[in-house]
Write a protein that binds this ligand. Structure first.
Ligand SMILES: [Zn+2]
Length: 412
C-alpha cells in the first residue's frame, strides 16, 4: 500500500492516518490507524484538549462500512485523557462518535437505512443486530439535534400523547404546524413531561408561541396556559368527535345490556354487531351496515338518536366558521335535552371547552397533523420491537418525522 490517504478516503475517515492494512485469517480487513496529531488527546465528551491519563484498555476496533463483501475494521489505540470537566474519559477519535464501536460513516448509513428500509433490511445489509441499530440511531439523533435546533422559530404547535406499547407506555409528541415536522418527543404522559418541553424551549421562545392545538387533556392545557402567556389553545374538533363516538358507544352498550337482561338475545346480538355501522361516517358504510342502521332506526329510538347526535356534531365541524358556531348552538340545545346521559355529559364538556373549540375552528388548526404523525409513529413503533428503551424509538421517529435523517455518507 503506497498511499495511506487513499485508504483513509476508501474507509471514509477524516483526520486519520492509516498506517497499515491487513487481511485477517477470518477474511476480514483490518486497517491499523491513528488520529492525526492535531486530533489527539481531546476529551471524548467535550472535545477539549487535555493531558493524557493512560493507555486505557489498549487497542480497539471499530466496524467500518464493508469494502465490497469484506467486513472491515479500523484498529487503533484508545487512550484516556483527564478532562477538567469530565474527569478520566476515553479520548475522542475523529472517525467515530464517543462510546461507539462503529465509524461515523457506518452509523450514518445505518441511520439512513433505518429511516428508509425495513428492520430486517438494515440488520441484514449492515450485518448488525437490530438492538445495535437502536443505539446507533440514538447517537446520530443526539448529534443531529445539536446542529439543527428544531425548537427554533416555533409559532403554532400541536401537542398530543401516543400509546406506544401495551401497559400504559406513552410518548408525548410536539409537532410544528408550520413545517409539518415532529420537533420533540419524550417518554411520559403527565404535566411534568409537558413542562420539560417548555423548559427546553425557554421563556423567550415560549412567549412567541401563538397557537397550541391539543386534545383537551387537562394536564396539557394547564401547563400550556402557565408557560405560554401569548398562546391561544385550540381544542381539536377531531377529538370532540371522538368523545361523541365514545358517548354513542356507551348508549349502545346500555341498550345492549338492557336487551340481554330482558332475554332478547336476538336484539342483543344485532346491537353488538351494529357497532361498526354506528361508528362509521354514513358516506363510508356498506349496504349491510346501512340496513343495520335502518333496523336500529325502527326498533331502537334512543340508540338511533345517539347516532344522529354523533353524526350531527361531526357535520358541525365541517361547516364554515360562522355557520359552525350557530350549528353548535343548535346541537348543544338538542344534546342537553336528549335524555341520553352520555350525551348530556358531552354537552357539558363541549360547553366548558367551547372557546377552545371555536379557536380551533376559527384558526383552522386541528390536530390532524399530530394525528397523522401519531399514525406514522405507530408504524415506527412496530419496527421498534427489540429496542429495550423508548430512546431508540424516539430517535427513529425524529429521523423519519423530524427531518433529522443524515445524508448517506460521502453524498451529503
Ligand atoms: Zn470534557
Amino acid at each position: 500500500m503506497r498511499n495511506p490517504s487513499i485508504w483513509a478516503c476508501v474507509l471514509g475517515v477524516e483526520k486519520t492516518v492509516v498506517e497499515r492494512v491487513a487481511v485477517e485469517e477470518d477474511g476480514s480487513l483490518v486497517a491499523k490507524a491513528r488520529p492525526r496529531r492535531s486530533e489527539r488527546q481531546h476529551c471524548g465528551l467535550c472535545r477539549r484538549r487535555c493531558p493524557r491519563y493512560d493507555w486505557g484498555d489498549g487497542r480497539r476496533r471499530w466496524r467500518c462500512l464493508d469494502l465490497g463483501y469484506v467486513v472491515t475494521y479500523l484498529e487503533a489505540e484508545a487512550p484516556r485523557v483527564r478532562c477538567r470537566e469530565h474527569g478520566v474519559v476515553v479520548a475522542a477519535v475523529p472517525w467515530a462518535r464517543h462510546g461507539s464501536s462503529f465509524t461515523r460513516a457506518f452509523e450514518e448509513q445505518a441511520a439512513w437505512l433505518a429511516t428508509h428500509c425495513s428492520k430486517s433490511a438494515v440488520a441484514g445489509l449492515m450485518r448488525v443486530v437490530w438492538r445495535s441499530v437502536g443505539r446507533i440511531i440514538t447517537r446520530v439523533v443526539h448529534e443531529q439535534r445539536k446542529s439543527q435546533d428544531l425548537l427554533d422559530g416555533l409559532r403554532r404547535i400541536g401537542i398530543d400523547e401516543i400509546s406506544y406499547r401495551k401497559g400504559q407506555r406513552y410518548l408525548m409528541v410536539v409537532v410544528n404546524h408550520d413545517t409539518g415536522r415532529l420537533v420533540w418527543a419524550a417518554n411520559g404522559r403527565d404535566s411534568a413531561t409537558v413542562r420539560r418541553f417548555f423548559t427546553e424551549l425557554g421563556q423567550e421562545r415560549c412567549a412567541k408561541i401563538e397557537k397550541v392545538s391539543c386534545d383537551g387533556a387537562e394536564w396539557i392545557m394547564t401547563v400550556v396556559e402557565e408557560e405560554c402567556p401569548n398562546a391561544t389553545i385550540c381544542l381539536d374538533p377531531f377529538h370532540v368527535v371522538q368523545w361523541a363516538t365514545k358517548a354513542l358507544d356507551e348508549v349502545r352498550r346500555e341498550v345492549w345490556n338492557a336487551a340481554r337482561i330482558a332475554g332478547l338475545t336476538h336484539d342483543a346480538k344485532a346491537l353488538k354487531g351494529a357497532r361498526w355501522a354506528l361508528w362509521h361516517n354514513p358516506g363510508n358504510i356498506t349496504s349491510r351496515q346501512r340496513t343495520t342502521l335502518a333496523i336500529i332506526q325502527k326498533t331502537n329510538k334512543p340508540l338511533y338518536r345517539a347516532y344522529l347526535l354523533k353524526e350531527q356534531l361531526r357535520l358541525v365541524f365541517q361547516l364554515p366558521f360562522d355557520e359552525a358556531v350557530r350549528a353548535l348552538d343548535r346541537w348543544l340545545s338538542w344534546a342537553r335535552r336528549c335524555r341520553l346521559q352520555p350525551f348530556v355529559k358531552l354537552a357539558r364538556s363541549v360547553t366548558y371547552y367551547r372557546a377552545d373549540i371555536e379557536a380551533a375552528l376559527q384558526n383552522r388548526l386541528s390536530n390532524a397533523l399530530v394525528e397523522s404523525t401519531n399514525t406514522k409513529i405507530r408504524l415506527i413503533t412496530r419496527r421498534s420491537f427489540g429496542f429495550h428503551s423508548p430512546a431508540p424509538l424516539i430517535a427513529l421517529a425524529m429521523l423519519s418525522l423530524g427531518g433529522l435523517c443524515p445524508p448517506l455518507p460521502g453524498r451529503g
